[in-house]
Design a protein around this ligand. Structure first.
Ligand code: NI
Length: 181
């Protein structure tokens, strides 16, 4: 994977309205533009660095995600077009999540432990994957993004507001720093 060859994209930060919108289905998964966007998203994700990225996070309202939960020395990029959770376990699992659109913010999130996800690959073929552990949480997190849902939405209103206020405060401080003489 020539990950350094691809151009990266700016990542939108909360409260950008695109992050709260429902993304539209990709009509042709094998379109050259979709392939190019997926490559740029992978490059953006690796550079961040992160383990998942959804198209709305780079300002594109399409149902497309990229994921790589493999160790850095053995990258295993996955591109999923129109991913959909078709089954989930009743058993739950809790793990710490963060998000490139909420930089510096982390919280324990509880989700179904296992999911079955159907999607299209970049060649247009229909695929499905059964995921558990980190991959399961990551897929659910990224598919949430396609529905305008953020990991903080899985927390209590109190905890969510605390994180969003802290993020806003940190972003204001960063903007001040950037404009300081
Ligand atoms: Ni995220």
């Amino acid at each position: 994977m020539a990950r350094n060859m691809s151009e990266t994209l700016p990542i939108l930060v909360v409260p950008h309205p695109i992050l709260r919108a429902r993304a539209k289905p990709v009509t042709a998964a094998d379109d050259a533009a979709v392939r190019e966007l997926a490559q740029k998203m992978l490059a953006t994700m690796y550079k961040a660095p992160g383990i998942g990225l959804a198209a709305p996070q780079v300002g594109v309202g399409l149902r497309l995600i990229v994921v790589d939960v493999a160790p850095k020395e053995a990258p295993a990029p996955m591109v999923m077009v129109n991913p959909e959770i078709v089954a989930q376990s009743s058993e739950l699992a809790t793990r710490e999540e963060g998000c490139l659109s909420l930089p510096g913010q982390y919280a324990e999130v509880t989700r179904p432990a296992r999911v079955l996800v159907r999607y299209q690959a970049l060649d247009g073929s229909r695929q499905q994957i059964e995921a558990e552990g980190l991959l399961s949480a990551c897929l659910q997190h990224e598919i949430d993004h396609l529905n305008g849902v953020l990991f903080v939405d899985h927390l209590s209103p109190l905890r969510r507001n605390m994180i969003l206020r802290r993020l806003a405060k940190e972003q204001r401080a960063k903007a001040r720093e950037a404009t300081a003489p």
